[in-house]
Design a protein around this ligand. Structure first.
Ligand code: NAX
Length: 328
């Protein structure tokens, strides 16, 4: 068997962490032949709960799980990691201003950048899940200058999978036959879920759905608001779908996207499709040999261009707010 890879999950005592650790231990992120050592990080108040998660992982007797490091020490957590899924963060509580939440999270991500810079491998692949995901990833990138920017990404795969799920339900087609939806921009309600290049059973999604008003209206808002709908239904935010999507993101990044398929990832923008540069923007990407590239040459109609601009503007504004928080 290959040498085990070290996979860090932060916020591991939280609800996504609880769904994610077993998936990674079963090979959902790195494949069914790759042993893993899980590094689980949480903060002091969650220490006991984290120990409980560690105990349950031991009790699950996973064939691929070669070890568990459960810690509240950020330096120990980042030491020697190959992959990091950063889920830990400060949640928005009732009555909190957006800037307060931003401020708490950019401080966390600045501190984690220092640990990554000091102890992480330069080749480590990093996925930021914690919100504001795109901007947390940007802060991480800016404060870990020796880590190649291409190794730092943000999760919009859950939004991507939600879009595939909606098209699947609407058309009565198995989700495995729905491809190439795109999430553009920010993992927030300004994201633009775009079906103009999507296919259902190999045919253009618009031809199969035959309802442009739905695709340009209700479909978009359903995907944008799905997180809120889950909270309303469950009384808790998305966790198993977030964990599953995080594994999809890492798996495709490491093992490659199938021929003819692209997925959505938040990556450092090079200005493709008129997106603002130097923010973490969700693009359609393909991956090969552990590297992603932005799909080029897609037609963008005027309506889409406007929607891309709205979400891009929000990311520029978030970046400015984050910088203000760090300067305070
Ligand atoms: P929970 O509150 O259940 O868990 C978060 C955990 O992070 C807690 O155990 C907490 O103690 C820990 N934590 C806080 N500060 C930390 C630090 N400095 N280092 C390490 N751990 C720390 O939240 P959960 O529902 O698991 O959600 C986690 C994050 O994912 C939130 O920021 C949430 O907004 C975000 N999400 C992002 C999604 C995406 O698609 N990008 C979707 C799902 C989710 O809403």
């Amino acid at each position: 068997a290959p040498e085990p890879k070290r996979v860090l999950i932060t916020g591991a005592a939280g609800q996504i962490g609880y769904a994610l650790a077993p998936l990674v231990a079963r090979g959902a992120a790195l494949g069914p032949d790759q042993p893993v050592i899980l590094h689980l990080l949480d903060i002091e108040p969650a220490k006991q709960a984290l120990e409980g998660v560690r105990m349950e992982l031991v009790d699950s007797a996973y064939p691929l799980l070669a070890g568990v490091v459960a810690t509240t020490d950020v330096n120990e957590a980042f030491n020697g990691i190959d992959v990091a899924i950063l889920v830990g963060g400060f949640p928005r509580k009732a009555g909190m201003e957006r800037k307060d939440v931003m401020s708490k999270n950019v401080s966390i991500y600045k501190a984690q950048a220092a640990a990554l810079e000091k102890h992480g491998s330069k080749n480590a692949k990093i996925l930021v899940v914690a919100n504001p995901a795109n901007t947390n990833a940007l802060i991480l990138k800016e404060n870990a200058p020796s880590i190649p920017a291409e190794n730092i990404t943000a999760m919009t795969r859950l939004d991507h999978n939600r879009a595939l799920g909606q098209l699947s339900e609407r058309t009565g087609t198995h989700v495995g036959k729905v491809r190439n939806a795109i999430i553009w921009g920010n993992h927030s309600s300004t994201q633009y879920p775009d079906v103009n290049h999507a296919t259902v059973d190999g045919k253009p999604a618009r031809e199969v759905v035959k309802d442009d008003a739905y695709l340009d209206g209700e479909f978009i808002t359903t995907v944008q608001q799905r997180g809120a709908a889950i909270i309303k239904a469950r009384g808790l935010s998305s966790a198993l779908s977030a964990a599953s999507s995080a594994c999809d993101h890492i798996r495709d990044w490491v093992l490659g996207t199938p021929e003819g398929t692209f997925v959505s990832m938040g990556v450092l923008s090079d200005g493709s499709y008129g997106a603002p540069k130097d923010v973490i923007f969700s693009f359609p990407v393909t991956t090969k040999d552990g590297k992603w590239s932005i799909v080029q040459g897609l037609d963008i109609d005027e309506r889409s261009a406007q929607l891309l601009k709205t979400t891009g503007d929000e990311l520029v504004e978030e970046k400015a707010l984050a910088q203000e928080c760090l300067a305070d």
